[in-house]
Ligand binder design. Structure first.
Ligand code: ZN
Length: 417
């Protein structure tokens, strides 16, 4: 592209990702950040005189001032590239939207996002001197952009007064805050653009490469492993997923026509998507199979059972009992209880839940909903108990391998750290 010293940008990328040859030191020595390569080579450089140095948009274009580029050293260019790349990797534009950032608050948000980037870049001596740090504002180090933004907007009114509406080229660009600047190109020009889907793939690649890099070096100086975890294993709270599956399972059983209703439940209006039986009618029957083998963590089990108990209680099924089977390689207890928490769980041997599900099949009347609590390391029968919706609460720790589960069940992963 005319007007931009593309060789210098290429040199700056190599300076960021290259490995130092020996014990050399000094500003020219490569920064040894090979995991940034996928992100750096996705950036699309555009000459733009109205920005002081560089800004980025949401499509991974970087707008570079040609005169600044000519005057800047390779390490200065590299530091700015790393700064903008982290806005894109950290999804600051999307997160700004989640915080309702607008033209009047975009600069404050950019500032807060820059605190977190400064923290990431500092151990590699990459922080551009213009990038503000949390310490310089008297804020604690290592917080999220959202936390700093809360300080800024809610508490630090003086600071936010100093950040008015955006002029052209102000702040770090829409790639940092989601607010389009006048100099930025629309997404569909022939400049090229990194789509949202492509960006997710790039983020994942960088996260995997960083994890490998940190493992090899045995260090995590920038504290990025938390970011890596979020990218590679996003934390979704399982509690609402499990109680939702239970509610849907029972709602499905209640709604499929085996029950006749003379009048609607008074609660029906308050629980969306769930049809509740009226009083004095048969209600869906629930059975639980609880894996009590030694490999199942008691705390995880207690949390999951409590969640399901609460979900069932919230449905307010009149006169309902739950049948609980405590199973390892044999069925130890089978009891009808009001609350599964009351069952003393016996057993700590190997696991074969086929035995527990067979016990469920023998129940009369047959259950409509079967909830299985297990770590999943068990053989499964080829078919579910006839006529029952099966929910598996799969109790696992994040780094455990994912066991195979039957396709005839709804599986909710209950992951604890
Ligand atoms: Zn920035």
């Amino acid at each position: 592209m005319s007007g931009l010293d593309l060789d210098k940008i290429a040199a700056a990328k190599l300076w960021l990702i290259g490995t130092p040859a020996g014990q050399e030191s000094g500003p020219e020595v490569p920064r040894d950040l090979p995991y940034l390569a996928t992100g750096l080579y996705a950036l699309i450089a555009v000459p733009e005189e109205h920005v002081p140095r560089m800004t980025c948009d949401e499509w991974w274009r970087i707008y570079v001032n040609p005169a600044w580029l000519t005057a800047a050293t390779v390490p200065e260019v590299g530091a700015e590239l790393a700064h903008l790349l982290w806005h894109l990797l950290a999804e600051h534009a999307t997160r700004a939207r989640d915080q309702d950032v607008d033209r009047s608050t975009a600069k404050a948000w950019d500032y807060c996002a820059d605190f977190t980037i400064a923290h990431t870049l500092e151990p590699d001596l990459l922080r551009p001197p213009e990038l503000p740090t949390a310490q310089s504002r008297g804020y604690p180090v290592g917080r999220s952009a959202e936390e700093y933004y809360a300080f800024f907007v809610k508490a630090d009114t003086q600071a936010s007064q100093g950040t008015g509406p955006l002029g052209p080229g102000e702040g770090c660009g829409s790639g940092a805050d989601g607010i389009r600047r006048e100099h930025e190109q629309p997404p569909d020009t022939d400049l090229g653009a990194v789509s949202t889907v492509e960006a997710a793939v790039i983020r994942e690649r960088v996260a995997i490469d960083y994890r490998d890099h940190a493992r090899q070096r045995g260090t995590d100086p920038a504290g990025l492993l938390r970011w890596v975890d979020q990218i590679l294993t996003p934390h979704v709270p399982w509690e609402p997923l499990l109680s939702g599956a239970v509610r849907r399972g029972i709602g499905w059983a209640a709604g499929r026509g085996d029950y006749t209703y003379t009048r609607p439940s008074r609660r029906a209006g308050t629980l969306r998507g769930v049809i509740l039986p009226g009083q004095h009618r048969a209600v869906p029957r629930v059975s639980m199979v609880i894996d009590t083998s030694g490999s199942v963590d008691d705390d995880m089990l207690a949390r999951a059972v409590a969640e399901v108990d609460a979900a069932i209680a919230a449905l307010g099924l009149p006169g309902s009992y739950v049948t609980v089977h405590a199973v390892d390689a044999a069925v130890h207890t089978t009891r009808a209880v009001r609350s599964a928490r009351r069952v003393e769980l016996v057993g700590a041997g190997g696991t074969d839940l086929r035995i527990g599900l067979r016990a469920v099949e023998e129940e009369r009347p047959r259950p409509d909903v079967v909830i299985v609590f297990t770590d999943g390391f068990t053989p499964w029968p080829a078919t579910p108990p006839p006529g029952a919706a099966v929910i598996i609460a799969l109790l696992r720790r994040r780094d455990w391998p994912l066991p195979e589960t039957p396709s005839w069940a709804t599986v909710v992963e209950c992951v604890v750290d």
